[in-house]
Design a protein around this ligand. Sequence first.
Ligand SMILES: N=[N+]=NCCCCNC(=O)[C@@H]1[C@H]2[C@H](O)[C@@H](O)[C@H](O)[C@@H](CO)[C@@H]12
Length: 472
Amino acid sequence: RRKTGVGMSSIEEIYPISRADLDLVRAFPKGFLWGAATASYQIEGAIKEDGRGPSIWDEFSATPGKVFQGHTGEVATDHYHRVPEDIVLMKELGLSAYRFSIAWPRVLPQGRGAINAAGLDFYERLVDELLAHGIAPFVTLYHWDLPLSLHKVGGWTNRDTAYAFADYADIVTKRLGDRVANWITLNEPWCSAYLGYGCGIHAPGIQDRQAAFVAGHHLLLAHGLALPRMRANIKSVAQVGLSLNFTPTYASDEREETKRDTELTDLFVNQWFISPIAHGRYPEGLFEALEVTPPPMQDGDLELIGAPIDFLGVNNYTRDVIRGGTIPARPDESVKVGPVPGACYTEMGWEIHPQSFNELLLRLYHEYGMQALYITENGAAFKDTWNGDGVVHDPRRIAYIQEYLQAAAEAVEQGVPLRGYFTWSLLDNFEWAEGYSKRFGIVYVDYQTQRRIIKDSGHWYKALLSAHRDAS
Ligand SMILES: N=[N+]=NCCCCNC(=O)[C@@H]1[C@H]2[C@H](O)[C@@H](O)[C@H](O)[C@@H](CO)[C@@H]12
């Protein structure tokens, strides 16, 4: 379509959505929250500023060979110094909610004990600025940046860390519980436990399967111990949940060993954490399949862990297709096949498969009885290029989000109580072991200048959210 006048936006820029998009948004109920998600270590930078203590990711990313080209979160997207402009950006996009995480080492530099007032003040200003712009804060208390001092005494393999987390949760909710109505205790404890302590590709870089299950139990215990402390400090209408990552597993053929390996991988990847949360017990056969002994538990742990949550945060990006090995392969070594003929993949090598997202949502509702679900992360990394002006074309990210939202809309029509969707991520950011080489944002970050450029997907998302508001 042609320009509508010098300096004016083109019609396409104002309404870059299709008729199908308009039908899509109508599937989501009035009041459905539309947001974007980030995490402290991935966007803040300022890792030594205003009293912040070191985290395990400060140490891990500074360790040669751990992160792509030695990238670190030292500067990241410099969000710590750019909160006002980044919130204007969120407003410009029309977000009704914003999910971010609080850096434990900013609030408690040693992980416990002395509170760093400047750290709490930073998050109080962030929350107040969001509320002033009519954006609902969704606060994650732990998104992987464990205070280094706690790691020095065992980190998540030390049961005391669970108690330290509950104290940290108490401090934060005492300060912000009057204003923040949506709380997430942990982000993806599976990644913290297995990637951090099992295979070691994430901080603290330990390779010990037994340690991974001990850490996993203490992460769950941290969640369970924090729940009552948080509920005492937040408003009765406020809600508490946690965000779990799921990667649905599919058999690549009909052989018995393939079905067995697919089921065992599902146990390991998808059931390990949701089972204690939803059913108050670890899934049958998990420890045997991983050839570990059950982690040390005390009486009452599983009751604390299985206490009711108000919502489940669902993080999903892709699925895994499994081929059975001739011998029972341990599920952390299962054979993932790819590329699947006719399938499409993101820059992470993750298959784009919205159907498995739909089936996951149905499963979480029917098999785990979740009464409220938020998609707290979904998005894609593609090779985004910026040509120096205000435009970044990312059609594949638009298509990815469209397809996944279509799958979510079908789940809503099938009765799944889905309350909101947060795309990962608001900004391009520090993608853990991949450093800055992978871009997930609907907003491009030029790291040389820290300039933010809304990608086509950001303009599209804005129009979609506007259409939903109009249709509600
Ligand atoms: N096959 N396969 N596997 C896919 C497994 C995905 C596990 N990683 C995540 O979910 C992380 C989550 C994290 O919260 C965020 O901090 C990360 O930036 C995003 C993007 O990586 C996602």
